[in-house]
Design a protein around this ligand. Structure first.
Ligand code: GLN
Length: 552
């Protein structure tokens, strides 16, 4: 049960999006944890999609999957990584979820003949969900990030709900505005006006921020802190300078320098439960991010890499971070090159060019474009002893490659690409077929955490150092059991399977045959944490380092 005097912090964006509100929320969450509090982060996304599963990652960023299987926004990944938590379904709220629930309840006569209006029914449903998440987590502080920026029509209901929550719980709710201060190049001077305007707008919703995080290219000087303080009606101490940083992992340390923990706690009438310095493990990790000098060249081969101006780094955020964590702990710094697999098909790029890389990753994906180029890359990695790590689609396509080129099953394929193939080595599961037939794309995949057993003496079991694992999934297709024996006879090892042995979770080649050739049906990247790198990513990076050493 939620304790009496449970505290709520709302993090709201001002001026513009993309200034790091998610990472700010995650950093504050981490600091409050280190000060001795149970904290549960909540992400509010004001879109009408019920979850993030139906959104294109190349436009909206990675779809992050929780243990429960809920498909969410990438910010949830940052919270998990910074706060070392496994978040719950209740920790994610979208407008779509809220409206769907209220409308369905109305259809079921759940409102007893009342006229169901947005206020208070939508806002009450929002506060109910926020309070329920707090109950579920047994935390003492909830930190709620409201997506979008002040002034958006879309997030107004959430701001209204936040205002009402403060009214109901006086003294227990704090508002933080993460705002942006531009430095126009012609002026060379930091401008505070847009932030003042954002605060005024927030005031018009009945909300006064208690703390202002001033994002800018440069640190804030005292003069500007005081100016913002007066105009925005906060004390100068509560204006936090948040300049651009090299790495997002510096942010908790920077915030701590400005004593954000004590300031936030004070605004909630709390005191730190821990005396002395905090973030010691985090500091060690950040040191490694700066001191890891061994350069590794990793090629990431995939089909999404040709659509122009979207942020690849957003679409594969967890993969990138997972590579970083495992590299840093081994004194290495991995630079990733994104290779559009279609260029192998058109001849624009020679497959031989992959030889210059220390390792190759094929991440998750859907659909057929560029797939033959991916399969050729996997073949090249396998035949030339280049460490290969396949994530979900990358595992399935490694199985296709092996079936074609080692087992000799000509034109073997996944039925996702060729439903008529003679050798459907990757095929759709029958229970998923039913869902798809109903035209129900949202949530129609094998989603979330599933257990798996590892085979003794394999690359996977050595890496994990245990026999049972649990990993997160997001896919429709599986290795077809009909072909397993043939592939095993030719040397492919299914080193991880579902406990009933039906589903193949990991495929690998033995160490005696290849330095590292492994694919996972799940997405290991979702469980990689800065302070606890993922064992399979670490094993892959170790193999890359070893092979690089041999080249010299
Ligand atoms: N497209 C494949 C499937 O649906 C792989 C999915 C993925 O890589 N996440 O099974």
């Amino acid at each position: 049960m939620r304790k009496k005097n449970h505290k709520y912090i709302f993090v709201i964006g001002g001026v513009m999006s993309g200034v790091g509100k998610g990472v700010a929320t995650a950093s504050i969450g981490r600091i409050l944890q280190e000060k001795g509090f149970g904290v549960n982060p909540i992400k509010v996304d004001p879109y009408l999609n019920v979850d993030a599963g139906t959104m294109n990652p190349t436009e909206h960023g990675e779809v992050f999957v929780l243990n429960s299987g809920l498909e969410t926004d990438q910010d949830m990944g940052n919270y998990e990584r910074f706060m070392e938590l496994d978040l719950k379904t209740e920790d994610y709220i979208t407008s779509g979820m809220v409206y769907k629930y209220v409308i369905e309840k109305e259809r079921a006569l759940g409102y007893g003949g009342k006229c169901v209006e947005a206020i208070p029914y939508i806002t009450n449903e929002i506060t109910r969900r926020i309070e329920r998440a707090a109950d579920m987590n047994g935390s003492s502080i909830s930190i709620i990030e409201i997506g979008g920026t002040v002034g958006d029509y879309q997030n107004m209901m959430f701001l209204e709900a936040a205002r009402v929550l403060r009214l109901r719980h006086p003294g227990d709710v704090s508002f933080i505005l993460v705002s942006y201060l531009p430095i126009p190049s012609k002026l060379g001077e930091m401008k505070t006006k847009p932030t003042q305007t954002a605060v005024h707008m927030l005031n018009s919703y009945g909300i006064q921020p208690d703390i202002l995080i001033a994002r800018s290219a440069l640190p804030l000087d005292q003069k500007r802190k005081e100016k913002i303080a007066i105009w925005c009606n906060v004390t100068p101490d509560n204006v936090i300078s948040a300049p651009d940083v090299d790495s997002i992992y510096d942010i908790p340390l920077n915030f701590d320098k400005d004593k954000i923990g004590s300031i936030v706690l004070k605004s909630l009438g709390l005191e730190s439960k821990k005396k002395g310095a905090i973030l010691s493990e985090w500091r060690q990790f950040v040191k490694k991010t700066k001191n890891s000098s061994k350069e590794l060249k990793i090629a990431v081969v995939g089909k999404y890499f040709d659509t122009g101006d979207f942020m690849l780094s957003d679409a594969y955020l967890s993969v990138i971070e997972a590579v970083k964590f495992s590299s840093y702990t081994q004194g290495a710094h991995a630079s990733l090159t994104w290779i559009n697999s279609k260029e192998f098909e058109t001849g624009k790029l020679k497959i031989e060019s992959l030889r210059e890389y220390d390792g190759i990753i094929v991440p998750g994906g859907f659909g057929s474009s560029g797939i033959e180029g991916v399969i050729e890359s996997i073949r090249f990695a396998r035949e030339n002893g280049i460490p290969y790590f396949g994530l979900c689609y990358g595992m399935q396509l490694a199985v296709v490659e092996f079936a074609r080129n080692v087992v000799g099953l000509k034109d073997a394929n996944t039925t996702e690409i060729n439903p008529k193939t003679k050798y459907p080595v990757i095929d759709i599961m029958s229970d998923q077929k039913v869902l798809l037939a109903e035209g129900n794309y949202g949530g129609s995949m094998r989603l979330g955490a599933y257990p798996a057993n590892l085979k003794k003496g394999t690359v996977a079991s050595t890496a994990y150092g245990k026999a049972k694992i649990s990993e997160r999934h997001r896919h429709r297709y599986e290795v077809n059991p009909e072909f397993i024996m043939q592939m095993e006879e030719q040397g492919l090892v299914f080193s991880g399977t579902s406990p009933d042995g039906r589903l193949m979770e990991i495929a690998e080649l033995p160490e005696t045959v290849h330095p590292f050739f492994l694919g996972t049906q799940f997405h290991p990247e979702f469980l990689a944490r800065p302070l606890a790198p993922h064992p399979l990513f670490s094993a892959f990076i170790a193999a890359c380092i070893k092979e690089q050493g041999k080249k010299k």
